[in-house]
Design a protein around this ligand. Sequence first.
Ligand code: AMP
Length: 397
Amino acid sequence: MRTIDNFSFNGKKALIRVDFNVPLNAEFQITDDTRIVEALPTLRKILGEGGSVVLMSHLGRPKEGPEEKFSLKHLVPYLQKALDTTVHFANDCIGAEAVEKAAALKPGEVLLLENLRFYKEETKGDVTFAEKLARLGDIYVNDAFGTAHRAHASTAVIAQFFKGKSCFGYLMARELENIGKALENPQRPSAAVMGGAKISDKLAIVRNLMDKVDRIFIGGGMAFTFIRAQGGSIGSSLCEEDMLETCLNLLKEAGSKNVEFVLPVDAVINNAFANEGDIKTADINAIPDGYMGLDIGPASVKLFREKLADVRTILWNGPMGVFEMSSFEEGTKQVALAIAAATENGAFSLVGGGDSVAAVGKYALKQKVSYVSTGGGAMLEYIEGKALPGVVAVNEA
Ligand code: AMP
């Protein structure tokens, strides 16, 4: 893996793709700076070496060209303070102004380019657009793991213009290293804990994990399609009928591959999708009509905890129930605690995907797991076994 440590940036201009897609409030203030903070070590290293930095990013989903609320100029004051240097801004990410401002950069200075997605060419992966961006720097650095699964102009296509001069930033390198640790050469036994609602999105991941891990735990809404496939009664719990056969095949495959499939044995059910109602516990195979399973039950928590106790590597994606509602958060909380406990005992744990990351934050366990991945979609595609265009492009350039 070629990283910024393989280059000397002294007197050079680094063109860095970052993911500064941060939430802004009505006054255009940053309400969560995590994504920027994660990229700072890369920027500081290059600036500290006497390099200059040209930053490119997207922000939000602008539809038709420039829009004030999606302008990256709102980030300038924050960056100036965080990096303690002059941060210039180009009102257009390509063209004369950007070229001039990039050329005028002094060592240690930063130029932030306007939102790449003001051009539809960005998401289309347009080569001409990528070539125009490429004029703005000497070395290309990709540090945007969150968009590594997209073959966009700035994330992948651009690398071809930096033969032997493209590399990963620290954030990207750390993500790849940690996901690799969980998937490529895991300490055994290894486990994946999967949850959440959208089973069709996640079955391909479960299939790929079958060749990677020893135990697969399924919780959350996605468990009920497996239960239904095996003939259980699930009331009005989430179920994707057209996935029943796929679920059965996966269970069969697990058997033949000696992968232990751990499904919930009970559920916390309710007669409405709400925090209040007729809430009780039911056997996972005997959920009455008119009720839906909204969390794994206490017996499942016990089972999951026991079976997580001895694992040496854990990958977690997706909540065990509707943890946003206090009545149905216990399963997710207990599994998060079990993963933290296993980590304390020496296991390597990796948490990824918006909701599991939120859960780890909610229960103050961020410091108690080994690694929290910042890129939900990219991480999922990686564990699904797909090549990430942003990674491939840098490796091949
Ligand atoms: P996903 O985007 O597929 O990871 O799903 C995350 C969402 O799944 C969260 O918002 C949870 O509230 C929801 N979820 C988890 N368990 C259940 C369940 N048993 N029934 C309905 N929704 C669920």
